[in-house]
Design a binder for this molecule. Structure first.
Ligand code: NAD
Ligand code: ZN
Length: 350
């Protein structure tokens, strides 16, 4: 089969590799029909994730059809159309029982980004993929849900919802600021409405992203390139500050923005992956009663979000802005990598 193979920092190729096979009885093999690219793939390609080594197939988002089923798989069969979760987890260890799939003690880790968990497994930017612990890592796609919508449930929608909206404890009537309107921030914006946020303020440096944010449910967009943007946002809350600030960029400056925007007693939900250490002014945070949360997506809410997508309550297909075939994988990377120019949000490869 063909797959997108990582060959060290800056190098990748769409090349022939052996087809995956069942290794453990809880595995299935999926023919990938739709995949997409995530910012994390770009981090890996830059060499920011040294544990991902030469020869690994990238990608951790996908939708496809099962072609082979291991002997111990109980809920899936050949021919099922499934979403491949970015986290594969056993479903039966003590962390899985708490919904903390990202911390699964079986240690298989996320496809293509298994570096976090120890084991490395090959990813979904390929014609076929082996999925470990299939019963707990795949979700059958209901009739009427498009691949474009379904593939957004592999990672970005659960991430924005679980780590942004839920960890931030958004409540009815809240004013929520989302700093960073990339796919993950937009997923938080889209799902903040599920808990009845009254106002969702998108903050980004890119006016195009702020426009998109409005189409995803933001009530306001504020460009953080303006020197007085913090005052602008505060003025929207009568000077009080926002109830919940969601960080969806992953740099110290935007984390700091969240600390400046949040009201006393409010929460900062950090979703961004911080390569650089962030300083915490604990004395100020203590005196202001600020709660800070963070985490790696568990995808424990995927089934619930999928029901909302199936009922047309979450228009997940809106993330898909550009379309490529599998043979155009390198072009897809190029378009996604130049998102500021190409205005790409999620590039769908099918
Ligand atoms: P992205 O790079 O596509 O989007 C980031 C957005 O932030 C862009 O719109 C950009 O214009 C904006 N931005 C950049 N600098 C800014 C600044 N100084 N002020 C305001 N806006 C700024 O990223 P994404 O794919 O949406 O992911 C967002 C973050 O979430 C990344 O750090 C990613 O690694 C992380 N992530 C976390 C998890 C998790 O499990 N917690 C899962 C997936 C992704
Ligand atoms: Zn487990």
């Amino acid at each position: 089969m063909k797959a997108l193979v990582y060959h060290g920092p800056g190098n990748k190729a769409w090349e022939d590799v052996p087809d995956p096979t069942i290794i453990d009885p809880t595995d299935v093999v999926v023919k990938v029909e739709t995949t997409t690219i995530c910012g994390t793939d770009l981090h890996i390609l830059k060499g920011d994730v040294p544990a991902v080594t030469d020869g690994r197939i990238l990608g951790h988002e996908g939708v496809g059809t099962i072609t082979e089923v291991g002997a111990a798989v109980t809920t899936l069969k050949v021919g099922d159309r499934v979403i491949i979760s970015c986290i594969s987890a056993c479903g039966s260890c003590s962390y899985c029982h708490q919904g903390l799939y990202a911390h699964c003690l079986a240690d298989e880790g996320a496809s293509g980004i298994g570096w976090i968990f120890g084991h490395l497994i090959d990813g979904t930017q390929a014609e076929y993929v082996r999925v470990p612990f299939a019963d707990n890592s795949l979700y059958k796609v209901p009739e009427g849900v498009s691949d474009d919508a379904a593939v957004m449930l592999s990672d970005i929608l659960p991430t924005g919802f679980e780590i942004g909206v839920r960890y931030g404890k958004v409540e009815p009537g809240d004013v929520v600021a989302v700093v960073g309107a990339g796919p993950v921030g937009l997923a938080a914006i889209m799902t903040a409405g599920l808990y009845g946020a009254a106002r969702v303020i998108a903050i980004d440096l890119d006016d195009n992203r702020l426009e998109m944010a409005k189409a995803f449910g933001a009530t306001d967009g504020v460009n953080s390139g303006s020197p007085d943007f913090v005052e602008t946002v505060k003025a929207m809350t009568d000077g009080l500050g926002v109830d919940v600030a969601i960080e969806a960029v992953g740099i110290p400056a935007t984390f700091d923005t969240c600390l400046k925007l949040v009201r006393p007693g409010g929460s900062v939900a950090n979703v961004g992956v911080h390569g650089k250490a962030v300083e915490l002014p604990l004395q100020d945070l203590w005196i202001q009663d600020i709660a800070i949360t963070m985490g790696l997506v568990s995808t424990s809410t995927t089934s619930m979000l999928l029901k909302l997508v199936a009922q047309k309550k979450l228009p997940a297909e809106k993330f898909a802005t550009h379309r490529f075939t599998f043979d155009q994988m390198l072009e897809a990377y190029d378009t996604f990598g130049r998102a500021a120019e190409t205005k790409a949000l999620k590039v769908v490869i099918s």
